[in-house]
Every structure is written in C-alpha cells, then in structure tokens.
Design a protein around this ligand. Structure first.
Ligand code: CTP
Length: 407
C-alpha cells in the first residue's frame, strides 16, 4: 500500500525521516513530498535514500516544455497512486493553507486532488498551537474527517514548555496503519439533518451554586463532527463544556434541563435523526433563590423536583425520525438499555458502563453496547470516541434500512 508522506518546514522535519522508516517497516511504500521550507531543514537526499523514491519538492521542474508539462500534472498522478496521505510535521502555516484550500505548491495542490484518508501530525511552538486561528483551522480539518495526531507536551526547540512537539514517529506510523483498512470517507448522511444534544446540564441552587455531573460532552461532539464529515446538516444543543466547538455545526448553547428541553422541542421538527447524548440532570430546584444562600451552623437539606424527561417526550413526538438515546449505567447495562429503548420509544440506545476506568465520562475513549430496535445487541470494544461516533452513525443508518424493509 502506498503512502504519500508530506513534510512541512519545521524543526521536527528530521523526525519525518524516522517516520518514513517506521512506515516502510510496516510494509508501506512511501512517496516523500517536501515543501520548500522543509528543504531548509532536511535535504531531500535523506528521504530519497530512505525510501528509494525521487523526492517531490516543487510543482514545476525547470526542464524542457514536455518535462514542465509532465511535472505540472504530477500532483494528480501522485494523488491517485497513493492510498493514504500523512503530513508530518504539519506546521501552523500548512494547516492554515490546507484548511482553506490554498494550493500554491506541490503538497497543497496534491492535497486538493487527493480523495483518500488524510492524517496530520502538527508540530509548532506552544503559543502558535494554542492560537485561536490554528485551533479554528484544526476544527475545519477535523470536521472534514481528517485524523489529527495531537502534538506531545515537553520542552520545545524554542525553549518553551507545553504542547507543540511532534508526536512520536512510531505512534504516527501506527495511526497510519490503523487507516489501512478504513473504507473511503462516506457521504452517506447527505440530505439528513442530525440534532445532537451533548454535555451536562447545570441546575442552579442559588445565585452562585449549581448541581451538575461529570459529562465532558466529548461523545456528543464527536458524533457532531462525524455527522458533518459524512454530509449531514448538524444542530448541536450543548450544555456547558470545555471541548472545542466542531466546525460546520450550528451550536445552540444551553445551561439547564429546561433550556435544553425548549431548544430540542423548538428544533426537532427540522431533524431526521435525533441523538440525545447529553447527561441531563434528573432533578433541579424549581425556584432557586436569586441571592446567594448564606452559611449557617444548621444542617441544610435540599428539596429537588424532577426535570422533564426530554428523551421520553421526543420519543412520543418523533414520528418517523430516528431516535438515539444514551444510558449511563453502573450495573445491568444490557437490561437497563433495553428497558430505556422500549419505554422511551428509541431506535437505538448507546449503553455506557460509566464505572470503568478510561471509558465513559471525561475520557477520550469509550466502550459501549448498542441496543437496537431490531432486537440486536452489539458490543463495541474500547476505542477513541471519534471511532465510536462513526460506528453509532453506521448502525443508525442500518436500523433505518432494516425498519424500512419490514414496513
Ligand atoms: N434524558 C433526558 N432528559 C432527562 C434525563 C435523561 O432526555 N431529564 C436522556 C439522556 O439524554 C439520555 C437518556 O435520557 O439519552 C438516558 O439518561 P439516563 O440518565 O441514563 O437515564 P434516566 O432515564 O435518567 O434513568 P436513570 O437515571 O434512572 O438511569
């Protein structure tokens, strides 16, 4: 299998040589493509020696008119001959140009002509990494379905300490290998409107205090990004979270269960698929004092009222919309998930064992049980939430096909 290795102009360019070797060790044929700035850091000869390939460095060769013409269309050929495009190091400038479709050299032109999976391993100074412009560009690239291997933290060449250091070449090579069997990006949600709720809700106790839960919003946000990348229009109704907003998504920010209910009911008409990943508080104080409650020596009890069950209400009103609920459980996952599927009229429940370490709440990974209206129960083993999100969407579409086949 052929991998195009794009090398940007940064101090970490020398590590791309180790990456080329790690990819070859994993059985890939590697075609190096360098930007002009990359040549300032490492000589093309290094990559030619490692890969046995001519290193591509510019869009036009300075030869005869025939040679110039053949090099002018070479980016199309290289784009077609390679199955995976990995860019390491991806500099802030390169990330910006890729995000906005600027194509003024071989690497960026080939990127536009390339239709397979793209993987970017950024490396730059910490402040450049944290800059909103860089983060905004990364959101665009993530929403496009590209895999971003986040930089590691540590001391950087500039002397600063923080995120920005290129991920280890072995890790990048493993990520490339994981894409080996992935089918090309599907646009199978074109024409769909997906409404997703995500994150916790915050229920005020007084002017300064609230009850909430440990939901990070990462699962719902991953589903939003995946749905956009697959062509859907996405409405994301989000409780307070600190994960970055996915690009290309219409986000409605809410705080309380009541606000979330209103936003969902107001917008559900537009949706064809509804995914309720939010961890909605089950109880709230219906009339919290407007002032801060002062401390006394006496014991304090709180009287709480139930919040409306949004999922159950949507289940009653959903018509032929597909409805996906979540069930966060600490025990009896399969039974509880099936009970919620039936009682809330869902087409799928994503069951989550929240008692496990490095899975569920706050984690980047998850292990879930998909309980479907077709009667199937599908365990999905531990994987990044981005992968679980794709799997949930795959199964939602399959449930719809199965339901249509039986009606
Ligand atoms: N949910 C909701 N509105 C609520 C509570 C929960 O819409 N007031 C939704 C969540 O978004 C989730 C699903 O219901 O999709 C299940 O949430 P969970 O807390 O696991 O279940 P509950 O029905 O609240 O039951 P319990 O807490 O007793 O397990």
């Amino acid at each position: 299998m052929n991998v195009a290795l794009g090398i940007g102009g940064g101090i970490a360019a020398y590590k791309a040589a180790e990456l080329a070797r790690a990819l070859i060790e994993r059985g890939f044929t590697v075609q190096p493509v360098m930007t002009a700035a990359a040549e300032e850091f490492v000589r093309p000869l290094t990559f030619a020696a490692l890969t046995g390939r001519k290193v591509i460095t510019s869009l036009f060769s300075a030869g005869s008119p025939e040679e110039t013409l053949s090099s002018a269309i070479e980016h199309i050929r290289v784009a077609q001959e390679n199955h995976i495009f990995v860019i390491a190091p991806a500099t802030a400038d390169l990330i910006g140009r890729l995000a906005h479709g600027l194509a003024d050299d071989f690497l960026t032109t080939m990127y536009l002509a390339f239709t397979g999976p793209v993987l970017l391993a950024p490396a730059m100074n910490t402040n450049m990494w944290n800059h909103p412009a860089t983060q905004e560009n990364l959101r665009i690239l993530r929403a496009r379905g590209h895999m971003i291997i986040d930089p590691g933290e540590g001391e950087l060449a500039c002397g600063m300490v923080g995120p920005g250091r290129l991920a280890e070449p072995e890790l990048i090579a493993n990520a490339v290998a994981s894409l080996r069997n992935r089918p090309p990006l599907r646009r199978d949600l074109e024409g769909e409107v997906v409404l997703i709720t995500a994150g916790p809700t915050q229920e005020p106790l007084d002017a300064v205090r609230y009850i909430s839960n440990r939901s990070s919003g990462k699962m719902g946000y991953a589903i939003a990004s995946a749905a956009v990348a697959r062509g859907a229009r996405v409405i994301l109704i989000s409780g307070p979270v600190s994960v970055p907003e996915p690009g290309g998504v219409e986000t409605v920010h809410v705080k309380t269960a009541l606000e979330m209910r209103k936003a969902v009911i107001d917008r559900m008409e537009e949706a064809t698929i509804i995914v309720k990943a939010a961890a909605v508080a089950d109880y709230h104080r219906s009339d919290p004092p407007k002032q801060k409650v002062k401390k006394t020596a006496a014991r304090l009890s709180l009287e709480l009222d139930p919040t409306p069950d949004i999922l159950a209400e949507v289940g009653r009103k959903k018509g032929d919309r597909l409805l996906v609920g979540f069930a966060a459980e600490t025990e009896n996952l399969a039974e509880e998930a099936r009970r919620k599927l039936d009682s809330k009229h869902c087409d799928m429940i994503v069951g989550n064992l929240v008692s496990q370490e490095d899975s569920g709440f706050e984690s980047d990974n998850n292990e879930v049980l998909l309980v479907l209206r077709t009667g199937e129960t599908i365990p999905v083993s531990r994987a990044p939430k981005t992968e679980i999100a794709q799997r949930i969407l795959d199964e939602v579409l399959r449930v719809r096909l199965a339901l249509h086949a039986t009606t």
